[in-house]
Design a protein around this ligand. Structure first.
Ligand SMILES: *[C@@H]1O[C@H](CO)[C@@H](O)[C@H](O)[C@H]1NC(C)=O
Ligand SMILES: *[C@@H]1O[C@H](CO)[C@@H](O)[C@H](O)[C@H]1NC(C)=O
Ligand SMILES: *[C@@H]1O[C@H](CO)[C@@H](O)[C@H](O)[C@H]1NC(C)=O
Ligand SMILES: *[C@@H]1O[C@H](CO)[C@@H](O)[C@H](O)[C@H]1NC(C)=O
Ligand SMILES: *[C@@H]1O[C@H](CO)[C@@H](O)[C@H](O)[C@H]1NC(C)=O
Ligand SMILES: *[C@@H]1O[C@H](CO)[C@@H](O)[C@H](O)[C@H]1NC(C)=O
Ligand SMILES: *[C@@H]1O[C@H](CO)[C@@H](O)[C@H](O)[C@H]1NC(C)=O
Length: 676
């Protein structure tokens, strides 16, 4: 009983002693979060720790070794002559070489008597031994090599193997790098694949079995080890040893990395927290990385420039094609043209396509992109928005008119400070080209009377046949266009109204053309059908005589008034002397005389004495006979004085210095209206 009790006591004592002993000699460490700062690590050769914590055993330097040792000694035995304890280690490594198919000489896990291997050489010696001490038992080095070069002097079978080395690079046992999966299938691994891989080294102190196991990153430890050998390490490993890594480069530039490491004596190495390990740098082929280093900024710069250019282009384009559109315009939508279309139709309003610069703006020829319809586009600059609505409404209503003696108005477009009117293109241009200043082509009387009749019926249509009275306000030869059959067509009607808004005479601005403006129009500022008739009278005279209503001689400052001149000739009894010598001899002199007299009648200073367009048309067609007028009829009615007054009044205005050098054309005649 006592003996039994003693035995039990002894057993417990023994157990306690043993466990105490075990505890004091067990060592473990783990590097999960990188090796930065390299605590308890001794770095030698070209080994460094990267800023993100990778243990970089070698860099791009040829024929160099690199070592990293845990600086604290590890107790492997309980006494110098004792047996080696079990130990276990695991680490994650990666090899990156400049050339994907070749590399430096690999990595070895080392257990060595000192925390350095000062005499070891590079290349095939992997920083473990040198040519003289390789294979000498006095080395007392245990290593597991991950060899990437086949060195025939060490009986290597290939250039991608894992070996267990004791004092020598001639391995005790080697295997092709790879792992055995759960189904017992062997799978190759390529050491220089640049991918991280995990290795486990386990030594069993009782069975003396050394196991080396390998697996791709993130795989669990395979159950079947890759290389195994039974060797008692007691003669190799001393009581206190140092553990670490060794690596060496040869002629190929390569980098060897350790990402994480744990070690333990008497027990399985603590598993690594793989997600916490530092990340490997991106291994791109150098050429591509250079390309990106130089190319990317250039490409980005180029793209930025393209983008800026595009924005500028779009903004400019937007500004260029900007239009104005008000709520009230919705109903006129189908009469509205897009500025962009007009821009393209006229090829950007080129000087080449300019048909003329007249009354209120320039006229350009164009061809509509879709329909190939020939158009004339008039650009009228107009700052004020006032009266625009009424004007556009009138334009649209005029657009609905269809009369063979009116230039068809197709529509309009409105922009900031500008109005564009789109007309049918008239191939023969404006009438004035055929009249004054020794024209290249002149018209004979037959053609002229046809034009006159056309214009008269057009004007009559505006005054009386259309649903409302439309006053043209700017009847004159340059506003009469000739179509393909030399029919006279009135253009530009109603345009003067844009400038002639406001019923308050105080603010009325007379618009029209000097020489065609009726005296009462300049006085009152009000346009009426009678003022149109007055202008038509001037038109009759200019077509028949081939002269402008007013001519100012630059040298003498002398003013020539066509009406006055014709009236004077009539007074002398030879009114036919006034006819244009350019219109040939084949003309009906009676008709010419009638037209001249009608011109004078229409130019009567008293609006009440002027005929209406209906009457004018009847006289011209011969449906009614022009009253048998004589100059004395004018004086007999007491109008001659008024007539002459009217003319001299005009003459004074024309010759006043303001209009010096003025030879016709349109004006916004605020000065005249101011002196009404
Ligand atoms: C590892 O070592 C530390 C002391 O460094 C100790 O506290 C811990 O218990 C050890 N862990 C194991 C599993 O041995
Ligand atoms: C490699 O590492 C060593 C030691 O840190 C350094 O002196 C050398 O310049 C490095 N070489 C290259 C190519 O980075
Ligand atoms: C260890 O062994 C050596 C020879 O093998 C011997 O000389 C030495 O005395 C031994 N030491 C102990 C403590 O047993
Ligand atoms: C090899 O290493 C040993 C020490 O282990 C040293 O004495 C010897 O000089 C070295 N030989 C060469 C060639 O470096
Ligand atoms: C092994 O190394 C020791 C010490 O460096 C030396 O004395 C011995 O001769 C070497 N043995 C062989 C076989 O080279
Ligand atoms: C190495 O290989 C050679 C030739 O195949 C052989 O003679 C030698 O015994 C081998 N050495 C070892 C250590 O296996
Ligand atoms: C593994 O590598 C060996 C030797 O390079 C080759 O013969 C074999 O086909 C490879 N197996 C696979 C599955 O790639």
């Amino acid at each position: 009983m006592f003996l039994k009790l003693f035995t039990v006591f002894f057993f417990f004592f023994n157990l306690l002693f043993q466990s105490q002993e075990t505890t004091s000699q067990s060592t473990n460490f783990t590097y999960n979060d990188g090796f930065n700062p390299p605590t308890d690590l001794s770095l030698q050769g070209i080994t460094t720790v990267t800023p993100n914590g990778l243990l970089k055993l070698t860099n791009y330097t040829v024929q160099k070794t690199g070592h990293a040792f845990y600086t604290k000694p590890i107790r492997f035995k309980d006494s110098p002559n004792g047996t080696v304890y079990s130990f276990s280690t695991t680490f994650v490594f990666a090899i990156h070489s400049q050339i994907p198919i070749l590399s430096g000489h690999g990595i070895a896990f080392v257990v060595a008597p000192n925390p350095s291997l000062p005499y070891a050489t590079a290349s095939q010696y992997i920083g473990l031994f040198n040519i003289t001490n390789n294979g000498n038992d006095t080395n007392q080095v245990f290593a597991v090599e991950l060899d990437t070069i086949r060195s025939t002097e060490f009986n290597d079978t290939d250039d991608n193997h894992v070996g267990i080395d004791i004092n020598s690079l001639k391995s005790e046992r080697t295997s092709l790098a790879g792992w055995w999966d759960e189904k017992g299938q062997f799978k190759n691994l390529t050491l220089i694949s640049r991918k991280p891989m995990q290795v486990w080294v386990d030594y069993d102190g009782r069975t003396h079995k050394i196991d080396v196991t390998m697996a791709p990153f993130n795989e669990d430890k395979p159950r079947r080890p890759l290389v195994s050998v039974v060797r008692d390490l007691s003669s190799v490993i001393r009581q206190d040893m140092f553990v670490g890594f060794s690596s060496a480069t040869g002629s190929v530039l390569s980098e060897h990395f350790i990402l994480g490491w744990s070690f333990r004596v008497n027990g399985e190495a603590p598993p690594l927290a793989l997600s916490r390990l530092p990340k490997l740098p991106r291994f791109e082929p150098k050429r591509i990385s250079d390309f990106f280093k130089i190319g990317m900024p250039l490409i980005s710069l180029f793209l930025i420039f393209c983008f800026i250019f595009l924005i500028c282009f779009l903004v400019r384009r937007r500004r260029k094609f900007a239009e104005e559109m008000d709520e009230w315009e919705k109903e006129f939508g189908k009469n509205r043209f897009r500025f962009k279309d007009l821009y393209y139709a006229t090829k950007g309003f080129k000087e080449k396509d300019l048909l003329g610069t007249g009354g209120f703006g320039s006229v350009y020829k164009g061809v509509m992109p879709g329909t190939k319809l020939e158009i004339a586009v008039k650009r009228v600059s107009h700052e004020s928005r006032q009266g625009m609505k009424e004007f556009v409404a009138e334009i649209v209503s005029i657009g609905r008119m269809s009369h063979r003696n009116l230039v068809p108005l197709l529509g309009y477009c409105r922009r900031r400070g500008e109005l564009l009117l789109v007309y049918d293109f008239m191939p023969n241009g404006s009438l004035d080209k055929y009249l004054y200043n020794t024209p290249e082509v002149t018209l004979n009387w037959k053609q002229r009377i046809k034009v006159i009749l056309g214009v008269a019926s057009g004007l009559f249509y505006l005054h009386e046949e259309w649903e409302q009275v439309v006053i043209h306000r700017d009847v004159k030869a340059s506003n009469v266009l000739l179509d393909g059959e030399l029919n006279g067509r009135l253009g530009d009607f109603g345009l003067a109204r844009l400038y002639d808004h406001g019923s308050d005479p105080q603010t009325t601005h007379v618009v029209g053309t000097l020489g065609y403006l009726a005296p009462e129009h300049t006085r009152t500022g009000r346009a009426t059908t009678a003022t149109d008739v007055f202008a038509f009278g001037a038109f009759l005279l200019e077509v028949t005589c081939g002269r402008r209503p007013i001519e100012i001689k630059h040298e003498t400052d002398e003013t020539f008034l066509l009406v006055e001149w014709v009236f004077a000739l009539w007074n002398k009894g030879n009114i036919l002397d006034a006819k244009d010598p350019n219109m040939g001899y084949e003309c009906d002199e009676k008709e010419v005389e009638m037209v001249l007299k009608l011109g004078l009648l229409c130019s009567h200073p008293d609006p009440r004495a002027r005929p209406s367009m209906r009457q004018v048309l009847q006289y011209l067609r011969g449906d009614a006979k022009l009253p048998d007028l004589s100059p004395s009829d004018f004086s007999g009615s007491g109008m001659i004085l008024g007539l002459q007054d009217g003319f001299s009044e005009l003459g004074m205005s024309y010759s006043s210095s303001v209009f010096k050098g003025f030879t016709g054309g349109s004006i916004a005649d605020s000065l005249l209206s101011g002196g009404r």
